[in-house]
Write a protein that binds this ligand. Structure first.
Ligand code: DAH
Length: 332
């Protein structure tokens, strides 16, 4: 009897060593240790033996039962361990997968330019202001001294929004409306720059985008002169482009400034490159915002951020900035 039991134990251990899931383990547990198992039956038969034999046989049966129990326990432990490994594997986030292949992303060239412009002007004591991209005729034109009949309205190639009266709501065609919003909400002295998106009906070509970015500057304080404007532009140009680059003002015309100028920067070959417009804030504009032009004077300037990026990096085509070709973008 004991001999058969030993063989059963060997078989049990062999099968338990191979068991692959908990259901199978439960079946083996019943088969080898349950009520109808060989060990249980053997234990029951012990009663028919005489006392001496019963003692030795009983010890052996108990040992064999203990062996099988240990085998069941270690199979259970092995399965639990395997389940843990599987779970950890399933939950694993492999952050090393792209090592060597992964590129770190970077800010878009225009965003970088905008951030740098803000840094330079903040360094000169300006704060950053913002305004909405959808504007009314009052902010985009009227308050800026461009009445309805003014020919300058046509030159802005405005994209109108079909809302309210005809030509009443529009995508702002420049950042200058932020001048008005700032002066309406803030008492002088005012020293702000306002970067942001602007829109015109232009067809995209090598030098134009229908959606582009400008930065506006506005200073309103006592005793401000054209000299302050020229000095501010010069300081900005030195800081942004480097010490060798010079700036100059050329007489021009804008309805919202008087006098008005365009400002250029010098190039290495001695020629000049136009950057933007500027001038002394027109008294009508100050009045439109409830500011007394006899007490306060101001200057303003505005230029394209995308154009600036094109110049600084000598790009052939401004459309590169919006084509979203990573081979281009990742160079910056
Ligand atoms: N708003 C003008 C434009 O988009 C640029 C400009 C010119 C802004 C002169 C100014 C300024 O603030 O003083 O063409």
């Amino acid at each position: 009897m004991i001999e058969t039991l030993r063989q059963t134990a060997v078989e049990a251990k062999a099968r338990l060593a191979e068991v692959e899931d908990l259901d199978e383990l439960a079946e083996l547990d019943v088969e080898f240790l349950g009520k109808k198992s060989a060990v249980t039956l053997a234990k029951r038969q012990l009663g028919s033996l005489d006392p001496d034999e019963r003692r030795t046989a009983g010890r052996e049966v108990n040992e064999i039962r203990a062996e099988i129990e240990t085998a069941v326990e270690s199979a259970r432990e092995r399965l639990a361990q395997a389940a843990r490994v599987l779970r950890i594997e399933a939950e694993r986030l492999d952050l090393t997968e792209f090592r060597g292949k992964a590129r770190r992303g970077s800010l878009h060239l225009v965003t970088q330019s905008r951030d740098r412009l803000e840094d330079v002007f903040v360094g000169m004591g300006f704060t950053v202001a913002e305004g909405p991209e959808v504007e009314s005729a009052w902010y985009n034109f009227e308050a800026l001294n461009i009445p309805e009949w003014h020919p300058a309205r046509g030159s802005f190639d405005t994209i109108f929004v079909d809302l309210g009266e005809p030509e009443e709501v529009m995508l702002r065609s420049h950042t200058s409306p932020v001048q008005i919003r700032t002066m309406e909400n803030q008492k002088p002295p005012i020293y702000i720059v306002a970067p942001g998106r602007t829109f015109r009906t232009d067809t995209a070509d090598a030098t134009h985008l229908p959606a582009f970015n400008q930065i506006e500057g506005l200073v309103v304080d006592r005793g401000i002169t054209m000299g302050d404007l020229a000095g501010t532009i010069d300081e900005f140009v030195h800081t942004f482009f480097g010490g060798d680059v010079k700036s100059r003002l050329r007489p021009s015309y804008f309805p919202f400034t008087e006098p008005s100028a365009e400002f250029d920067i010098s190039r290495a070959d001695g020629t000049w490159l136009e950057l933007g417009g500027c001038g002394m804030v027109h008294p009508n504009v100050l009045r439109n915002c409830g500011i007394d032009p006899d007490e306060w004077q101001g200057f303003a300037f505005g230029f394209g951020i995308d154009r600036l990026a094109v110049m600084r990096h000598e790009l052939d085509d401004i459309r590169e900035l919006v084509n979203n070709d990573v081979r281009f973008l990742r160079q910056f």
